[in-house]
Every structure is written in C-alpha cells, then in structure tokens.
Design a protein around this ligand. Structure first.
Ligand code: SF4
Ligand code: SF4
Length: 360
C-alpha cells in the first residue's frame, strides 16, 4: 500500500477520469433557507438571481448527454449518482420529476441532501414513485440546536422542519426509513442528546447525529469570523499541489451552475462570485459534458502537478482552506491532503468504472 513516505508523488500516477462519474448541478438558484454559512444567502433577496433556473429541455439535454457517455464507457447501470442541487434545496426544484424520470431512463441513482422543510405531498409522491432511483439515504442537514438557534442560523422555523418530518413519517414510511439527519451549529459544538431525540422521534429510521468541524471558507467567501483566513501565499517554493476535499472528489464529480457553466468544485458557487472573465471551463449547453470535462481535466492536472509553474499562481485554490499545499520544508513536504489516498481512490475508480474503455 502507498504511503506518503515511501511514495514519490507524480501526476502521471493519478487517474484523470475520462468522464465524470458523478454529476452535481444547480436546477434553480433558490433555497427555502438563508443559512449564515452559505454563499446563497448573500444573493437570496435579489429576484434577478433567485428567478434563474434551468428549463426542462436543458435538464434533459444535460442528463441525456451524461447518460450517453455512461453507455459509451460501459459504466454499470445504477452505479453512479446525479446530485440535482448545489446551493438550492432539491425539494424546491420545480423540475424534480424530470430529474427522476431521466435518472430512471439512464439507470442513474439520485442523491439528495435537504433541509427537510419542503417535504410536501408533491415531493413525497414523486420520491415514492421513483424510490428505486433514490440513493439509499436521504440526507437532512440542520444548523442550530434550539428553535431560536435554527432561526438565527438558517432563517427557518424548526417547528416547520418537525412538521415536515412528521408528515413523511406518518404518510411515507419507506421515505422516512431513508432519512439520515445531521445536526450542527455555528459554534461547532456537539448537539445535545435531547436535540437529537427531537429528530429521531420524528423519523422511522431513528437516525440523527451530531456533526462538528464542518465549516470551510468556500474559496475565500464567508463572513470573516467563522472561517479561518487563508494566511498563506502561493510562490515557487510553496504552492497548491492537491485538493483536500474527499480524496479525488474533483477528479470524478462534475459541478454545473444554473447557467450551464462548469465549476471546479462546490466551493465555486455562482457566476457572481467567480466571474467568467477570471475562470472559464465552458458551458455544457454549448460544448457538452466532454468539452467542459476536457477543460477541467487540464485544471486538475495543473492543481495536482507536483512541480511549480506560473499558472499555479492563478488557481482559485490559492484562496481556499481546503487546498493541499506543498512546502519547501522536507520534514513537512505538504499539508491538507494525502496523495496516497487520492491515488488509491482513483485506482479503485479505474477498476470499478473503466475496465474496458480506459487508456492509461
Ligand atoms: S439549506 Fe443549504 S443551500 Fe439552503 S441556504 Fe442553507 S446551506 Fe444554503
Ligand atoms: S482546493 Fe481548489 S478544487 Fe479543492 S475545494 Fe478548494 S477551490 Fe475547490
């Protein structure tokens, strides 16, 4: 097994997937919450922003495009997942049915994380009808422990969340069995058992857990108080050489904004905070998934290149506290990520997804 000590890093050993094996896209710039930690909140009162959404035709074009690539590369049916949300809640998507139909058509799983506010009859009927496409668990994320904290930190009423969970529990038992709730708060403290019990009793899965250490600076945005500033500058002796998200995540997942523009990762949220003039990987509605993925692969190779080059000074990762950084210090050559884990993950992906059609 590879370890950092015994392994000499080289970008040649990392698998750059020929197509994304996960697709995350923003169907609508709209959420039913305004969380203190979310880049959405800054734009949430601007109607020109919140009215932007993909049409049924665009969603169909996007998922059909991906479905045809999955067949081209012999990807096993039901082995990959689409995430039809980024900074929107998936249950407020007016075209949720289109997503579920297309997932069914292409044998793709649908992965959902929601704040649970919008579990209504329409949403639950659809999820129940297409339950075979829903990826094992439906994740629920709540910020704040008490009614007051949830209001202060999410601008939603905890009572409303409770009512929604009870509605699912009492009318859609199969869906309620899939719920997996994570409760966190601004102070990064563990949630009290009494808070977790409030959620457990409102699901049939009885799954509610506390989450800590969950805040990141999202590539330089945030309120400046609750995230650590990036106290480091890129230079020829100290530069980005990896990404500290889940190992290999950016190498496998394609992130698409509501406009169809490709993003490097979930920390690159919107056109507004990442203008196209600065960073442009293309638009899926113009050059397709293969086109934007080819552009992103060049960026991935630049990020994971273990040698310095001038282009590294322009990476958006330079302002991100999830960046992996190479240091001149031989005792601590890099921090924030693990190349061995990334290579192992990618090798697993190579065997799992690309047995026949990969050239490496
Ligand atoms: S629920 Fe999610 S998408 Fe909505 S504001 Fe909160 S963090 Fe952002
Ligand atoms: S290091 Fe770069 S690719 Fe990784 S999360 Fe940060 S901005 Fe995204």
């Amino acid at each position: 097994m590879l370890t950092i000590k015994s392994f000499k890093p080289s970008t040649n050993t990392i698998l750059y997937s020929p197509i994304p094996t996960s697709l995350m896209f923003e169907p609508i710039n709209l959420c039913n919450a305004k969380c203190f930690s979310c880049p959405y909140t800054e734009y949430s009162t601007d109607k020109t922003f919140t009215s932007q959404k993909m049409s049924v035709e665009q969603i169909t074009q996007l998922i059909d495009n991906w479905g045809s690539l999955l067949r081209k590369y012999d990807i096993k049916p039901w082995s990959v997942a689409v995430l039809p949300w980024r900074y929107s809640d998936p249950l407020v998507n007016p075209h949720l049915e289109t997503v579920l139909q297309l997932a069914d058509k292409h044998k793709i799983m649908v992965s959902l994380t929601t704040n649970a506010i919008s579990f209504g009859k329409r949403q639950c009927d659809l999820l129940q009808k297409y339950i075979h496409t829903v990826d094992k668990k439906i994740f629920v994320s709540v910020i704040g422990f008490t009614e007051q904290e949830v209001w202060d930190q999410m601008k939603v009423r905890r009572q409303k969340t409770f009512q929604s969970l009870e509605f699912v529990r009492d009318n859609y038992p199969e869906l309620s069995m899939m719920l997996d709730i994570a409760v966190k708060n601004k102070n990064n403290k563990p949630a009290p058992d009494s808070t977790l019990e409030e959620y457990k009793k409102r699901t049939l899965s009885k799954k509610a857990k506390s989450k800590t250490n969950w805040m990141y600076n999202r590539a330089g945005t945030g309120d400046g108080h609750w995230t650590r500033p990036v106290g480091w500058k890129s230079s020829p002796t100290s530069f980005v050489n990896g990404c500290g998200l889940t190992p290999g995540k950016i190498l496998n997942r394609l992130d698409i904004m509501v406009s169809g523009r490709a993003a490097l990762c979930c920390d690159m949220p919107f056109d507004r905070n990442f203008p196209i003039e600065q960073t442009n990987y293309g638009n899926v509605f113009e050059i397709g998934i293969e086109g934007v993925w080819a552009n992103l692969t060049k960026e991935h190779q630049l990020i994971y290149d273990q040698e310095f080059s001038e282009n590294k000074l322009k990476l958006i990762c330079n302002n991100c506290d999830r960046a992996g950084i190479k240091f001149a210090d031989q005792k601590k050559p890099f921090q924030g990520w693990n190349i061995g884990k990334t290579i192992n993950r990618q090798n697993k992906y190579k065997n799992r997804y690309f047995k026949h059609k990969i050239i490496q």
